[in-house]
Write a protein that binds this ligand. Structure first.
Ligand code: FUL
Length: 501
């Protein structure tokens, strides 16, 4: 089915290849008409590193460090680090559980705001080397990276720029040197690094001075030492979705406008190797509508990552053992993150023993089984399709391009979830769509949305039907749908909204 849709759209729209010049970013000239801007936006595509990252869908966050032992969320940097002693530490247990639950990559807090390093950094004594854990011979970063290699999943690091322990913090030149040294250790000694996560928090140094971060130098170092790593979220490749609730936007564009300032940065970097940070408030509701693009000086592919914790806190607190998210909550988070054109970065904080607690692993495994159960049965695949008709009205390169795709004479199906995907290697284009089913000879709408992007999932009260159609109502250029799938989530149907199953 997927192949038929792709083929139809490909044949109808192959003319676009004659003109298309795909790029990760472009400038907008003052002479560009609105139509030109929209056409340009439809040709913005992810870099290979961004594409690999988007396809992961699920990344696990491990917040672990001194806070795990002090019951804090933000350490002061003045902690006695001899309390750090995770006696049963087992990185393989962490990675095995998240891999089993479907995660494709992990990110470890190598250093949080308190400045404590989970690896024996040469540049400070505030590290695992000066703790009783493994008599100071241990290295958490090494163990987790090795476990990821062992289980064949990606490995990323969180390195907090804000450091409440370092004496250099606030002396911008000295601290940036210190930070570069630490980053170099992490990028050089632990094999492949797939994601580097910079937090935006920035407090005052002990001297009362505000630290100025040398982001550009850090980006250049990452590009040099780990060219395939994406840099998030204070970084050029991946942006923060703007909340920590697990809820993405209903309208989520990966093509964003950039300002004049960033345009100069593009020029400075010879348009070859982007190392600038797009500016703007990433918490706005509207980041990439036509209104926003109209004002743009340039356009860039800048997709969102949705970070949320499986518990109320980012670090482990025993009092939260009973507050681990339920299967229903995790499922809703998946629908409103991955299902809204984002990557889900779910935090699972290991406990004081150095293990993922039973409550968290049980929730994760039950959730993943439930997801497998739902998403292993694409009801459109299981049906016999007798006709697929595409009546694209404006198949060539227009601002408003519409299309209808029919799935007729199916065997009777019952569904309450629809999943749509755009082929993002051809950009993100669809602005409005709906889905209808045939009931007594009449087309009745059952789902509607704005953006699709990499993946869009919509739930609706169950329908039973033999024919559906998808209407692409508005698109910035010819739409490239990568798949239409229908599923049935029985638990949602039975209205088990408070279930902890
Ligand atoms: C925030 C931090 O302040 C939190 O402690 C946590 O690490 C979260 C992922 O990012 O900015």
């Amino acid at each position: 089915m997927k192949k038929i849709v792709i083929l139809l759209l490909y044949i109808l729209n192959s003319s676009i290849f004659l003109y298309a010049q795909y790029s990760n970013y472009c400038n907008i000239d003052s002479t560009d008409s609105e139509e030109n801007i929209i056409n340009k936006s439809s040709l913005i595509v992810p870099t290979p590193r961004q594409l690999r990252w988007q396809q992961l869908e699920l990344t696990a966050f491990f917040h672990f460090g001194i806070n795990t032992f002090t019951n804090n969320e933000w350490g002061s940097g003045k902690e006695d680090i001899r309390i750090f002693n995770p006696i049963s530490f087992d990185a393989k247990q962490w990675v095995r559980i998240v891999k089993q639950a479907g995660f494709k990559q992990v990110i470890l807090t190598a250093k949080h705001h308190d400045g404590f390093c989970l690896w024996p950094s040469k540049y400070t004594k505030h590290t695992v080397e000066y703790t009783p854990w493994q008599n100071g011979k241990g290295d958490i970063v090494k163990e987790v990276s090795k476990a990821c290699k062992y289980y064949g999943i990606g490995f990323g690091i969180y390195l907090s720029p804000w450091d409440r322990n370092s004496v250099y913090y606030g002396d911008s030149v000295k601290y940036n040197r210190y930070f570069i040294n630490q980053l170099t250790e992490l990028l050089s000694n632990y094999g492949k690094i797939d994601e580097v996560w910079f937090d935006g928090a920035n407090g005052e140094g002990p001297n009362g001075k505000k630290q100025v971060y040398a982001f550009e130098d850090w980006y250049k170092l990452i590009r040099k030492l780990q060219p395939e790593a994406v840099i998030a979220v204070m970084g050029p490749d991946v942006r923060w979705v703007g909340t920590e609730t697990g809820q993405g936007r209903n309208t989520e564009w990966s093509v964003l406008p950039i300002s004049l300032e960033t345009q100069n940065d593009i020029a400075k970097n010879s348009q070859k190797n982007l190392t600038f940070l797009p500016h703007g408030n990433m918490m706005d509701d509207d980041l990439g509508s036509r209104d926003k693009l109209r004002e743009a000086k340039g356009l860039i592919w800048y997709p969102s990552e949705t970070d949320v914790s499986i518990r109320p806190g980012w670090f482990y607190h025993s009092t939260e053992d009973t507050k681990v998210k339920t299967v229903k909550e995790l499922k809703d988070i998946y629908y409103s993150s991955v299902g809204r054109n984002s990557v889900l970065l779910l935090n699972i904080p290991p406990n004081k023993q150095g293990l993922i607690s039973n409550a968290d692993s049980a929730a994760l495994i039950k959730w993943s089984l439930c997801m497998k159960e739902i998403f292993s049965k694409n009801l459109l695949n299981e049906s016999v399709v007798s006709s697929v008709v595409n009546d694209v009205k404006n198949s060539h390169y227009n601002i408003d391009t519409s299309a209808t795709i029919y799935y007729k004479n199916l065997s009777l199906i019952k569904c309450n979830l629809i999943q749509l995907q755009e082929d993002i290697t051809k950009g993100q284009r669809i602005e409005k769509f709906n889905a209808e089913y045939e009931k007594n000879g009449v087309w009745v709408p059952f789902a509607e949305g704005t953006t699709i992007g990499y993946k869009r999932i919509l739930s609706f009260p169950a329908i039973v039907t033999k024919s559906i159609r998808i209407n692409i109502i508005a698109s910035r250029a010819t739409p490239y749908l990568n798949g239409v799938e229908l599923y049935y989530d029985e638990a949602a149907q039975n209205n088990k909204s408070n279930s902890t199953q």
